[in-house]
Design a protein around this ligand. Sequence first.
Ligand SMILES: Cc1cc2nc3c(=O)[nH]c(=O)nc-3n(C[C@H](O)[C@H](O)[C@H](O)COP(=O)(O)OP(=O)(O)OC[C@H]3O[C@@H](n4cnc5c(N)ncnc54)[C@H](O)[C@@H]3O)c2cc1C
Length: 380
Amino acid sequence: MLNPFDTEERKAFRDVMANFVASEITPFADEWDEAGEIPWSLHQKVGALGAFGFGIEEQYGGLGFDDCFMRAAYSEELSKCGATGVGAALGGRTISIGPIQDLASEAIKQRCLADIVSGRAGSSLAITEPSGGSDVANLKTTARKDGGDYVLNGAKTFITGGMKSDYFVVGARTADAGLKGISLFFVDADTPGFSRTALPRKMGWWASDQASLYFDDCRVPAASMMGEENRGFLAIMNNFNYERLGMVAGMLGMMKVCFDEAVSWARERETFGAKLISHQVIRHKIADMSARIDMVEAYLNYICWQANAGPMPVAEISKAKFSASKALEFCASEAMQILGGAGYLRGNRVERMYREVKIQAIGGGSEEIMRDLAVRQMGF
Ligand SMILES: Cc1cc2nc3c(=O)[nH]c(=O)nc-3n(C[C@H](O)[C@H](O)[C@H](O)COP(=O)(O)OP(=O)(O)OC[C@H]3O[C@@H](n4cnc5c(N)ncnc54)[C@H](O)[C@@H]3O)c2cc1C
């Protein structure tokens, strides 16, 4: 689709990403997904492209500028490798890097940020707990002030990249009152009292790991608090917007994979003496998929334009997230139907996309929570 907001720089960045994905990721995506991990060198290669540096100052290894179109191009092109677990394996870092720059102490940033931005070190965002992820206001991990330290106790789960990350941004309760009692902490993985275990087999995103994290009298210096005490949730809200914008772009890439696979199969496959693509029912499916792709793409471009101009269009991002996961669900299902039995086989990109739809509808704010947020933002 023609993007009226394209510039030479944006097109160049997208081309770099697309070529990189085609040569360095797509040929290995299947193998990495089956193996359950990506090589660490991929973090560094993607870091070298500057893809982790949006909104990060140059002194910390970042690009020194931000651009939501480029952020979106990164996520969309990455998901075109056909195994979105690869993007997830890199994504623990992308959802924690912003809060580290915006909220961590200067000493922490000097010590860690350039390593994270370059891909040498890993970081994750740890909010969800065994008792729930949607109701963040009710999180139960505690951080008790003790002299010059905070002592963390509790558990997190589903933390993407958690088995390999060196650093964690952790939400913990520092006061009783709901959202206004949550603070953020920067925790090194080698802090005594911190431990982790890998989550068992998952429906999709195999190339990435998710961990449960345990804080057992885990003592961190008071300077590890990120931002102001009891203002952690408010401080991290904007970060969720970037995460969701990236997810919408990733879903757009997934829809395009489904579409391309379905069309190329329909052009080859013959039934009842004619190519599948010549049957009207199949042609309608292709039209319906294409229309949904165009709508998500146009909406995403509008959101990127608004986000660049500021402030963040929170209602639109929330609406885009649940509409994109619904559109993706449709496209994956229709593509699978067009491929017939062939689409059901492991190793087929559509088979994987079909399994990876649900995490898009649940992670980063579920469809239900996105609808609630959108309506609240609309003032009702
Ligand atoms: C593969 C994967 C990776 C993840 N990575 C991370 C990560 O890196 N960091 C992190 O912090 N978390 C991560 N998560 C957690 C994710 O953000 C949560 O799964 C999500 O927020 C939903 O929380 P929950 O699973 O606890 O569901 P719950 O909050 O228990 O909700 C269960 C269901 O009920 C619905 N629901 C809840 N409340 C309402 C309501 N009021 N009205 C209507 N419906 C409602 C929800 O939408 C959901 O469908 C990840 C999850 C997965 C599966």
